[in-house]
Design a protein around this ligand. Structure first.
Ligand SMILES: *Cc1c(COP(=O)(O)O)cnc(C)c1O
Length: 379
């Protein structure tokens, strides 16, 4: 049997919806409203309903969404924004681009989220924002972060690029969708995200009317009315074509989340308790939508395991190999090795296994067997 295992199987996912998607694409082509066509508004409305949030502002991608959020919040050069040292680069990039000062903070070893216990040491008079990243598909502890944000009057921008559809569970049992809890939330529709389009796309979420209007304006050249520019903005739009695809895929998002969770449960079942593998930690305050299934390999085995899996036709990824504070481009901020020991160690230990909505049981069993085989022979 010819086996082809991928980190993400977008082709099989497309084929399941092919007819519906093809028709939507043709209808956009024939309608010619390629920019800001009706599908963009319709999709924003659908997503608003799904996420139970007052406002959804579509934009060009998840990185732009972060930038627009910080511009809408009126952050000014010199202001400080707190960001985890272990995440994707986009989170800190826009902070630097806007002339704000990134203040890195270490992450928690179990959930990989901002270590909120250390916030007290990082918050200063100049702090204007905190960016919790709901990394790999699980919410950060928003209840704790909301308390801190109120106490110090600091805005919270939730980076929800990897966690659309995840729900935060408050102590009283109330649930809210990732990205709708802080002042503003951002997400990405990059193809490999949980709700992915066929190119770039992004959106912002907020319950704050003013912030929503501001963000909408900024994403559209700072104009509310055509050719009347009230503020300096950017050009960041969700294509009509992408919106048409997303409208269809949003209807399947719950199934997609469930499919990912099933794959994660199956990995958990077979890998838990293994002396060499730490499986992903499930926080009691969040559902997990598993954009990634990220294990930690305790010993020096990671590189060899990765090579072994590659030789067996099994892809794996290192998200992320270098913490943000040690990235070349961010040297100027004065951080050094040893500053964030947990983030630094995670970069040495993490390995993400294939997980997607179309995973076949036999392929996953093969992956699991080969992982176990590796450790049998490695000893
Ligand atoms: C993907 C991602 C982004 C950026 O999204 P793009 O649409 O690729 O710009 C930002 N933050 C995190 C955590 C991401 O995973």
């Amino acid at each position: 049997m010819e086996r082809s295992i991928q980190m993400v199987d977008l082709k099989a996912q497309y084929y399941k919806l092919k007819e519906e998607i093809d028709n939507a694409l043709i209808s956009v082509a024939e309608g010619t409203a390629y920019i800001n066509g009706p599908q963009v508004k319709d999709f924003a409305k659908d997503l608003k309903q799904y996420n139970k949030v007052k406002h959804v502002i579509p934009c060009g991608n998840g990185t732009d969404a972060l930038q627009i959020a910080m511009m809408a919040l009126n952050f000014k050069p010199g202001d400080e924004v707190i960001v985890p040292a272990f995440t994707y680069i986009a989170t800190v990039e826009v902070i630097a681009l806007l002339g704000l000062t990134p203040k890195f903070i270490d992450v928690r070893e179990d959930t990989f989220e901002i270590d909120y216990d250390q916030l007290g040491n990082v918050i200063s008079e100049k702090t204007v924002g905190i960016v919790p990243v709901h990394l790999f598909g699980q919410c950060s502890n928003m209840e704790v972060l909301l308390k801190i944000s109120k106490k110090y009057n600091i805005a919270i921008i939730e980076d929800t690029a990897q966690a659309i559809g995840a729900e935060f569970i408050f102590k009283d049992g109330t649930r809210k969708f990732a990205g709708t809890i802080g002042d503003i939330g951002t997400t990405s529709f990059f193809p490999s995200k949980n709700l992915g389009c066929y190119g770039d796309g992004g959106a912002l979420f907020t319950n704050d009317e003013q912030l929503s209007e501001k963000a909408y304006m900024i994403a559209n050249h700072g104009q509310r009315e055509k050719y009347h520019h009230e503020t300096i903005g950017v050009n960041s739009r969700l294509d009509t074509l992408q919106a048409a695809i997303l409208q269809i895929k949003l209807r399947h998002l719950n199934n997609y989340s469930r499919a990912r969770q099933n794959v994660a449960d199956r990995y958990d079942e077979r890998l838990k308790g293994h002396s060499e593998i730490i499986i992903p930690f499930r926080a009691p305050y969040s559902t997990h939508v598993f954009n990634q299934y990220t294990c930690r390999i305790k010993s020096d085995n990671r590189k060899a395991l990765k090579q072994y899996l590659t030789s067996k036709g099994i892809p794996s990824m290192i998200y992320y190999p270098i913490p943000l504070h040690l990235q070349e481009a961010y040297r100027t901020y004065g951080y050094k090795a040893g500053d964030f020991p947990v983030a630094e160690r995670l970069c040495e230990e993490v390995i993400s296994l294939p997980i997607h909505t179309e995973m076949k049981h036999e392929d996953q069993d093969y992956i699991i067997e080969e992982i176990l085989n590796y450790f049998k022979t490695a000893k």
